[in-house]
Design a protein around this ligand. Sequence first.
Ligand code: AMP
Ligand code: MG
Length: 485
Amino acid sequence: MWAFDNSYYRHMDGFHVPTRPDVPPEPRLIRINRPLASEMGLSLDGLDNGQLAALFSGEMIPEGAEPLAQAYAGHQFGTFVPQLGDGRAVMLGEIITPDGRRFDMQLKGAGRTPFSRGGDGKAALGPVLREYLVSEAMAALGVPTTRALAATLTGETILRDRPLTGAVLCRIAASHIRVGTFQYFIARGDTDRLRQLSDHVIARHYPALVETAAPYEALLEAVVEAQAALVARWMGLGFVHGVMNTDNMTVSGETIDYGPCAFLDAYAGQAKFSSIDQNGRYAFGAQPHMALWNLTRLAECLLPLIDADEEAAIARVTAILNRFPERFNWHWLAVMRAKTGLFEEREGDLALMQGLFAVMEGQGVDFTCFFRTLASDLAGEEQARDQFMDPTAFDPWRVQWAARMATEEGRVAERITLMNATNPRIIPRNHNVEAALEAAYAGDFTPFEALLEAVTHPFDTRPEWENYATPPDDGGAGYVTFCGT
Ligand code: AMP
Ligand code: MG
């Protein structure tokens, strides 16, 4: 029925354990992402909601699927854990799209696996809908990300700090291979499997590198580039991932594992939301640095493949890692230029953009609203300036910005168009997400559906979406997210 081609199952012996998802007592479809299904070439013709619920909850295994749980390790908040693995996720298999791309299809919250340790392998409704909302918003914003294909209720109550409605998310990813997947094998001294994994990743995600002279260095370089680009996109949207452990960083460069993530309301460089991130390891402004930290862990895994002489291998990966700041800044400046209506590169752009965030700090400026209204500044309005507690704090930067614009061609109308296509009006704001999840727990999915529709049209204006574009009264102060997925 669907075009499964399960390369990980077939060729990657020792990287996974065949595992069947639990059969949920009473699956019910919450939401199916039909445009995504169609992009994936998954025909849903003739399937009613009951059959869809069965297929996307684990009750029924689609023909051609070969379910498994993947092995991986990871640094969690800096501490190495040699065995993590899919503890509450079962991969159904890989789908080949009509245009020949390969994607994993995974059920998150499908029950215990050999990697579950003490956990129940289940997911609560709130985190499932949260991942659905945020990952689909990210996709609509053009950020590389795993996607949400379907959400189902299991008919089960699961126990967290209180009893909660159980649910399953079916997600799609270019792959679920993480930095932590490499770490699983380096921890076991299994160089053969590290090479096999690297070759698999190169063939799957970076096929242009297959023929290069030094493929494992090239692989590291490619992942460095993909992550520099990804984190730059996060930084341009005020996105805080919240738990950038090495097991939550893909080698494909897609955002993955939307646990305690959040978008900034009021800008603060060190904003953090996760209850478990006591020291701000994964605070907003720390993300580029933590990406490099994770990439350094990946580099360590690749050392034995790069050169038998460890000193020589270290020198070669260090040269690659040292380029991360420059590559990140390059991507970040591209994002920031578009956000501020600039078309060309100029020498002082890094200082100009850093200067903007320096003046925004402590001013209670809503990240999304500020950038969205900045275009109106070009039409002589003061909406952006007025968001500063002390609007005069913005003025010196505004003068620099105007001078910078004067150094390049470009009509005001073109700048405004660029800015409005780059700076979203609507993001999944924390208070709106929480309200939607709370209603869903009470059995009302209308707010979830309405918010999903809005956040997947982030640049549009509709009168009924005004409340989604409005910051919370308190600027989001004190908002805390929890990992309990
Ligand atoms: P994450 O928070 O998604 O980064 O998960 C960290 C690790 O804990 C992964 O190995 C998960 O599979 C595992 N895990 C998280 N929640 C559960 C659960 N409810 N049951 C079993 N394993 C879990
Ligand atoms: Mg994870």
